[in-house]
Write a protein that binds this ligand. Sequence first.
Ligand SMILES: Cc1cc2nc3c(=O)[nH]c(=O)nc-3n(C[C@H](O)[C@H](O)[C@H](O)COP(=O)(O)OP(=O)(O)OC[C@H]3O[C@@H](n4cnc5c(N)ncnc54)[C@H](O)[C@@H]3O)c2cc1C
Length: 537
Amino acid sequence: MRMLPPDTVAGVEPVQSVQPVDTPVLVVGGGPAGLAAAAELSLHGIDCVVIEPRTAVSHRRPRAKTTSVRTMEHLRRWGVADQLRRAAPLAVEWSQRVTFCESLTGRRITDFDGAFGLTTRRSDLFAESGQQVPQPVVEDVLRTHLAGQPGVQLLLGLTVTGLEQDADVVRVSVSDSADAGYVVTARWVLGCDGAGGVVRDQIGSQYIGRSDPRPNFNVVFRAPDLDTHLGPAVQYWVVGGRATGLVGRLDLAGIWWAIMPGIGAEYGSAHASELITDLIGGPTAGLEVLATDPWTARLLVADSFGSGRVFLVGEADHVNPPWGGHGFNTSVGDAVNIAWKIAAVEHGWASPGLLATYEQERRGVVEQTVACAEANMLAMAGDLPADEAVIQRVKRAEFHSLGLVLGYSYAGSAAIKPGSGGLAGAGESFVIADTTTYTPTAEPGARLPHAWLPDGSSLYDRLGQGFTLLGSPDRAGRPGRLLEEARERGIPLTVFDPPAGYPWRDEFLLVRPDQHIAWRTTDPSSIDLDRVIGGRA
Ligand SMILES: Cc1cc2nc3c(=O)[nH]c(=O)nc-3n(C[C@H](O)[C@H](O)[C@H](O)COP(=O)(O)OP(=O)(O)OC[C@H]3O[C@@H](n4cnc5c(N)ncnc54)[C@H](O)[C@@H]3O)c2cc1C
C-alpha cells in the first residue's frame, strides 16, 4: 500500500550558513517553478543556486494534484518521470475517472473517464500519461533529483529580502532564520517566489486582475474505514444537495482531501468534521481532521515578466484558480521556457536577445490558461444540479483539456519562423481554438507532434539537448549547409530521421530544446539561425 511520506525531505539538509556566493543563475524560491527551472538548467549543464525558506515540504497542504501530460514529458526529459510515478500514492492504473455524485454513500450522477490526461494505453499523441500526485510529492522528487546534480546548490532555510542589478550583475540580499544577512551575486535571477514573494515588487512589476469574492476551504482528513460504493475515482464531486464540494484520496491508506467552495475560514474551522460527514453522506469511524487551509481564487497576470537580468516565473507572474489543474503545470512550462534560453546564452551560442522572447511566448499561454480556469470556476460544485446532461455539457472542458495542455503555440515569437500560425509576428499571441481536443500540427511554434518509434522509444527521447533537425539527411534539399553553419557558430544541432509514416517526414522541422518547432521548410538552407537564437550571439 502506497502512503504519503511524513513531513521530512530525504537527502536535503537546511544550510547552517552561506558563504558569499557567486553563481551564473540564482533561483529565488524552491516551489514547483523554482525546482523545475533548476532541473532544466542542470539538464543543460548550467550551475545554479536555489534559495528556499521551507526546510521541509508539508504533506498536509497538498495543493496541486494534477501533473499534466506536458509536465510529465518535461519530467521525462529530466529523467525523473518514473521516480515520480513510483512516489505517487495513486497509480494511473488505479483510476482515470472523475465521478459526480450526491454524496460518497449516495447516488452516482455521472462520470468523466480519461480525465486530466490519465490513460493506461499508449497514445501516439504524447510521450507520458498525466499523473495524479500531491504537489508536495512532486517537490520531494525534484528536491531529491536536484540534490544529486553537482551543479545545483539547493539552499534551504534562507529567504531573499531584496535585489539590485546593473548591466552586468544582480546582487541579491539573503537572510537566514537568525536574521544574518548575505549577498549572492548572479548573472541572472529567476523570481520563482510565488504570489507572496519579493522579486515582482523589486523589479516594479504588478499583478493585474481580480480575486473571486467566494471563499474556499480545504481539509485534509484521516478516515481509515472510509470507502465508497462508487468505485475508484481521482475526484468525487458532491453536488445537488446541502453539502457540496470535491473529495479525493491522497493515498490508499486512509488520508483524504476535500475542497469546499463557498465555505469561509471561520465557519470551516468550526465545522470541518461536520462538513466532511455531509460530503460523505453519513458518519465514518475514526474521522480525524489533520489540516485545514482557507484560500481565495485569484485571476492575476503580472504586467511585466522581467526586467534586465531578472525574470518572473510561475505564480510570481500569474495566479489562476485551480479549477482544471493548470497552475503548477503552467509554472513548469514557464520555467522550461526561460531556463533553456538562459542556458543557451550562458553557453555563448544564443544572443541575450533570445530572453526577450520569454514573455512573448509565455504571456499568451498564461492568459489563455487563466481564462480557461475562470470559465471552469463559473460552475463550481454548489452551482451544479444533480443532472447528468447539464454536468456533462458544462464540466467536460475542465476534465478534458488536452487542447490547452498540448495545443499551445509560440507562433508570433521573434524566435519562431515569421508568419506562422496565421500571426504576423511579435506582439500577437496565438489563441488555441479548441482547448478540449488536441490535434497535432507541425506549424512553427507548436509542440513537435509526438510519435512512438519502431523500437518502442519515444521520438522525444531521440532529440538532442540543443536544436534537432528532423528530416532525412540524404534527401534533396540536404541540410549540409545548415549543419556546417551551426557547427561554425557553436550552435548544437543534431539531425534525426523520423520513422516511416511520420506525417511530416517529407519536410524538415527545426526543433528547439523545449520540443517546440522553430522552423518548417523543404529547404533547410532557408532557415534563419540568427532568428531562432535571438540574434547573432
Ligand atoms: C487548492 C489548490 C489546488 C491546486 N490544484 C492544482 C492542480 O491540480 N494542478 C496545478 O497545476 N496547480 C494547482 N494549484 C496551483 C499550484 O499549487 C500553484 O500554481 C503552484 O504552487 C505554483 O508554483 P510556484 O513554484 O510558481 O509557486 P509556489 O508554489 O508558491 O512556490 C514559491 C516558493 O517560493 C518560496 N518563497 C517565497 N518567498 C520567498 C523569498 N522571499 N525568498 C525565497 N523564496 C521564497 C516559497 O517558500 C515557495 O516555496 C492548486 C492550488 C491550490 C491553492
